[in-house]
Design a protein around this ligand. Sequence first.
Ligand SMILES: C[S@@+](CC[C@H](N)C(=O)[O-])C[C@H]1O[C@@H](n2cnc3c(N)ncnc32)[C@H](O)[C@@H]1O
Length: 449
Amino acid sequence: MKKQPNSVRDVAVEILLQVEKNQAYSNLLLNSMIKKHKVNEKDIALLTEIVYGTLQRRETLDYFLAGFLKKAKKIEAWVQILLRISIYQMVYLDRIPERAIFFEAVEIAKKRGHKGIAAFVNGVLRSVQREGLPTFDDISDSVERLAIKTSHPSWLVDKWVKQFGYEETEKMCEVNLMPPSQTARVNQTKTTVDELFHDLTNKGIMVEHGDLSEDAIKGMKGNLALTEAFSKGLLTIQDESSMLVARALNPQEGEKVLDACAAPGGKSTHIAERMKGTGTVHSLDLHEHKVKLIKQQADRLQLENIIPEALDTRLAGNRFEKESFDRILVDAPCSGFGVIRRKPDIKYTKNQEDVLKLADLQHNILQAVAPLLKRDGVLVYSTCTIDKEENSDVVQTFLESHPEFVRDQASVKYLPEKLQPIFQNGEVQLLPHYFGTDGFYIACLRKKG
Ligand SMILES: C[S@@+](CC[C@H](N)C(=O)[O-])C[C@H]1O[C@@H](n2cnc3c(N)ncnc32)[C@H](O)[C@@H]1O
């Protein structure tokens, strides 16, 4: 019978093993394992830090370990993971004494394997302690060095260097290793930013104003999703970059809006809020189970102008009349390279083939919704990626085959001042180190009248 993990670090090994073997999502798995193993409050922070930190720095940790494993025969996946989490704690978590790290690693190795593996793990960790870590200066190729130092796949770093230059890529890769801030969008149909700010502060919750979006409040400690304000529908957890989308779309009261890829509903609810509960937002998503999430969010925020529906948007032409929407948002499925800080697994699971497939899907979704937009209507295309092939290239290809659409530079006035200088040709590419937001792309197009 499979032995159950019985310590925080053993649970961390289990989670990382499942992420690696089954390509499970780390955030979902972490939550379910915390529940399953009844991890106590005190240990949740450590578990989260070890899981995300080890995942974030996987390539670096393997580089550190490689020289010490040269003579070893094939190492089982769990042993490699156990060594990674141990080195991670030794190098990056200075509050944990090394003897505690070694002791735990040996106990886990005994439990999951046998005494021989425990001795091997102990030997490797003692050698690292004795001999120290290799330096990155030994890596002569600059792309390879950056990839290993910041733990990104080298094909991706190489691609980014070609797209953004070395310096920008370096800044971005470094920021990708930092924990993201938690921001919330204030539901302005029920309260104001200032009112909620004071309400939260009075309750002892540490918050700050957002860095970019006027709708945002930043949580400095604790989890805003666990506040009474969240349950009462006064706020929605959302990155500041995502909050710009509904602003760029600029929906008006009473209008009919299509959100073509809507789950879990972050942007649909923002659009619905900005329409003050009037008009209709048709919120489509391919997956029935995800459509339920849109409904849940709409209910929590008490928004009655959202109609969620499970539909492949590529077939939306069979479901809706031509030229029937005032505005359309395509917040497309994408590689997610802008949200690596939140979902480090993306670095290792997505590849160039995925990027090309996604670009094709994004193009097909745009093609399908284009006829549904009224003349003079606005179409916003957005993604949480930074990849040109999924962003500006998709928009450019779309425009080339749709002369009835033009880039809408006029939408710049709906965006924050700080962003305006980089909103050009109706589009903006946010990189995570610009304003501390997710990496995000927004393009505004208009159908000619
Ligand atoms: C980036 S997410 C949308 C996030 C959402 N706009 C929000 O702000 O919460 C992209 C969504 O597109 C959905 N999707 C993928 N392919 C689709 C298709 N062919 N038709 C409709 N939805 C699709 C995915 O299920 C996913 O929920």
